[in-house]
Design a protein around this ligand. Structure first.
Ligand SMILES: Cc1cc2nc3c(=O)[nH]c(=O)nc-3n(C[C@H](O)[C@H](O)[C@H](O)COP(=O)(O)OP(=O)(O)OC[C@H]3O[C@@H](n4cnc5c(N)ncnc54)[C@H](O)[C@@H]3O)c2cc1C
Ligand SMILES: Cc1cc2nc3c(=O)[nH]c(=O)nc-3n(C[C@H](O)[C@H](O)[C@H](O)COP(=O)(O)O)c2cc1C
Length: 602
């Protein structure tokens, strides 16, 4: 069929039967122009999910469907990466399987599943990742299906410095059992250094399933385009690239304590290729003052050789790479148990001193209960490795090749009357001189991507350092000549001190690369003004942009801002779309499924 025929009768090429084609045609004719435009944006956005399903039916040859269903719920890509890895192991062993993002999981997937592998992280304060929330809610509702037919195992990712460690994985585990599913391997909870425990869980699960699998050796798997596109680089958090510093410039006014830096690093020769939306991992190292303060409280000589992360190294060096700041109640209990000294172990009387009653300082704990009978290696092995920190990339590889830019707020806090700094933000803020380097690796974020269709409008909500990825987005859209409009909502405390990248935004406006910018400076007037207030003020237009297929992104503070913005969005869908609260919530979920509502909040 040639193009002319297609243009004359597009329905003749429709991939469904004549009566369905007629029904769709009839429906489309009833829609107004803006409604059609909105629908086209919606369909384009949901195409990748649909493609996933198509691939599944095209490749699958085992009539019983996949032997294994891998469900992943990931915010920043770790669980997604592990789902891909275990999928590859099954593929190599010829086990039919399907890998599904939790947001794309329907009841029918669960009903068809035989072996279910759940790989999920925890975010917020013990909450599911955005893309896992709907399934989590479904399973905990009265609409949850019976799962008596399936066997499952859960791999939970988390960070034990949070009070509700691996909470979402625990909840999935408990709920699957309540719904009748049988656990065939115990859940594994992984801390920040998750690779080893995750590998063990994966190996053991694969072995178990391969042993039982008696079906034909076929590859029946679903891997989204986004996952396939991920290119690995040689540099990881265990083997970071030492990126030379190109620029370290303060963005906030010099007379305020808030110190936000624009940092440029060179990636030349690294082979690291990032996309706007990705983050850069910084392999953090404790400041020498913090290490020395701890060493002074310990009964060991600083050069004592200890075994740490499979190598022998001096204690001082090992402590630079361990988490020696806050300790949790769980750590205190574990530590006191290890001390053989009766007064220490029996006391358990160490009282956390912080106001929130959750954390205290390792150095204080050690001063009150010195590890007298503990070997230095045992002491070090009780500590967690210092977790790398992520920073949203604020540059476009097309606009500034071989460079990566970051927007870093220096974390400062007071303890016992002394000013302290955040480990990684201080390390970055202190970079200076010709020889300065930062140990970095690429952290892909497939859940925060510009629309594939460069004509689609984009709405970006990023107060504070949340603006970083949007600097990358706008630079990228300009560099590739995207014709879709760009609308930025930015905020801070004061216009004069906190308007990050002010001149750049004004230049983009002049050049027509940024079509609208809404500003909210909270403390420049008597009443507090935040980005969500600006969204509401422009609610009608914001709704119109969404109807035209806009993709909406939120980046920055997870504790307050992200939730306020989401509530405001729901409100706009109700007020300007005429929807009930329930319908507005469904619309938002649909936007999320179509990857037109994406968040990167921390
Ligand atoms: C996907 C993602 C993207 C991000 N993007 C950015 C970005 O673009 N820009 C940006 O600036 N940040 C960003 N962050 C946050 C960043 O990763 C770090 O969390 C942040 O810089 C703090 O790290 P730090 O090592 O400096 O501070 P930490 O040392 O981790 O301290 C953090 C906080 O913990 C508390 N604390 C630490 N030590 C102690 C102690 N001993 N006693 C009591 N309290 C303590 C303090 O309240 C402090 O505020 C992002 C995070 C994520 C997950
Ligand atoms: C903002 C934020 C909040 C988090 N909250 C928790 C938490 O409450 N409990 C927990 O165990 N882990 C928490 N984590 C740690 C993540 O679960 C962990 O980094 C995990 O490896 C992320 O996997 P993902 O990339 O697949 O989402 C949090 C991480 C971030 C960035």
């Amino acid at each position: 069929m040639n193009d002319a025929t297609l243009a004359a009768d597009p329905w003749s090429a429709a991939p469904f039967d004549a009566s369905t084609a007629q029904a769709v045609q009839h429906l489309v004719q009833q829609l107004s122009a803006p409604q059609r435009l909105w629908l086209s944006g919606y369909l384009a956005g949901s195409a990748s999910a649909a493609a996933t399903q198509l691939e599944s039916t095209a490749i699958g040859v085992d009539p019983r469907g996949p032997a294994v269903t891998i469900l992943y719920g990931s915010q920043s890509g770790n669980c997604e990466g592990l789902a891909k890895q275990i999928g590859e192991s099954f593929a190599k062993r010829g086990v039919p399987h399907i890998a599904l993002d939790m947001l794309d999981c329907r009841k029918s997937h669960l009903q068809d599943a035989r072996r279910l592998l759940v790989i999920v992280s925890t975010h917020g304060e013990g909450d599911p990742p955005d893309r896992a929330a709907a399934l989590h809610e479904l399973l905990h509702s009265r609409k949850a299906p019976s799962l008596k037919h399936l066997k499952y195992s859960v791999l939970a990712l988390g960070d034990s410095s949070y009070e509700r460690f691996c909470e979402t994985g625990r909840q999935f585990d408990k709920r699957l059992a309540e719904l009748g599913a049988q656990q065939f391997q115990a859940r594994v909870d992984c801390d920040v250094d998750y690779e080893h425990s995750a590998r063990q869980w994966m190996d053991s699960v694969v072995e178990d399933i391969v042993r039982e699998h008696d079906g034909p050796a076929v590859v029946h798997r679903v891997v989204s385009e986004r996952t396939l596109a991920a290119v690995s680089t040689a540099y990881t958090r265990k083997n970071p690239f030492l990126a030379p510093l190109l620029l370290n410039q303060r963005l906030t006014a010099g007379d305020v304590t808030r110190d936000v830096r624009h940092i440029e690093l060179s990636l030349e020769g690294s082979g690291i290729h990032y996309e706007p939306g990705d983050a850069l991992g910084i392999v953090a190292r404790n400041a020498s003052e913090s290490v020395e303060a701890l060493l002074a409280a310990l009964p060991y000589t600083p050069d004592t050789s200890v075994s740490h992360e499979s190598t022998e190294r001096p204690l001082r060096d090992a402590l630079a790479h361990c988490d020696i700041g806050r300790v949790t109640r769980a750590f205190i209990e574990k530590y006191l148990e290890r001390l053989t000294d009766a007064s220490s172990s029996a006391s358990g009387a160490f009282l956390p001193v912080n106001a929130d009653d959750q954390v205290t300082q390792l150095v204080e704990l050690v001063r009150q209960h010195p590890p007298k009978d503990l070997h230095a290696t045992d002491f070090v092995q009780l500590l967690r490795p210092l977790a790398p920190r992520l920073y949203s990339i604020a540059s476009s590889p097309r606009a500034t090749p071989d460079e990566v830019h970051l927007t870093v707020a220096l974390v400062q806090f007071e303890l016992n009357g002394r000013l302290h700094y955040g480990v990684a933000s201080k390390q970055l803020a202190d970079l200076q001189g010709d020889d300065a380097v930062a140990p970095v690796y690429l952290h892909r974020n497939p859940n925060f991507r510009l629309p594939a269709d460069s004509k689609a409008p984009v709405i970006m909500i990023g107060p504070g350092t949340g603006v970083a990825p949007f600097r990358a987005f706008v630079a990228e859209r300009e560099a590739v000549g995207a014709t879709g409009r760009n609308w930025l909502f930015f905020g801070g405390r004061h216009f004069r001190a906190d308007f990050l990248y002010q001149t750049e935004w004004l230049d983009y406006r002049k050049r027509g690369a940024l079509h609208r910018i809404e500003l909210a400076f909270s403390r420049d007037q008597a009443d507090k003004l935040y980005v969500q207030h600006r969204m509401r003020e422009h609610g009608r237009e914001l709704y119109a942009w969404l109807q035209e297929g806009a993709h909406l992104y939120v980046c920055g503070d997870a504790q307050q801002m992200a939730n306020d913005v989401q509530q405001t969005l729901l409100h706009i869908l109700q007020e300007h779309g005429g929807h009930s609260p329930e319908r507005a919530a469904e619309e938002l979920l649909e936007l999320q499924r179509a990857r037109r509502y994406q968040r990167d909040v921390y």
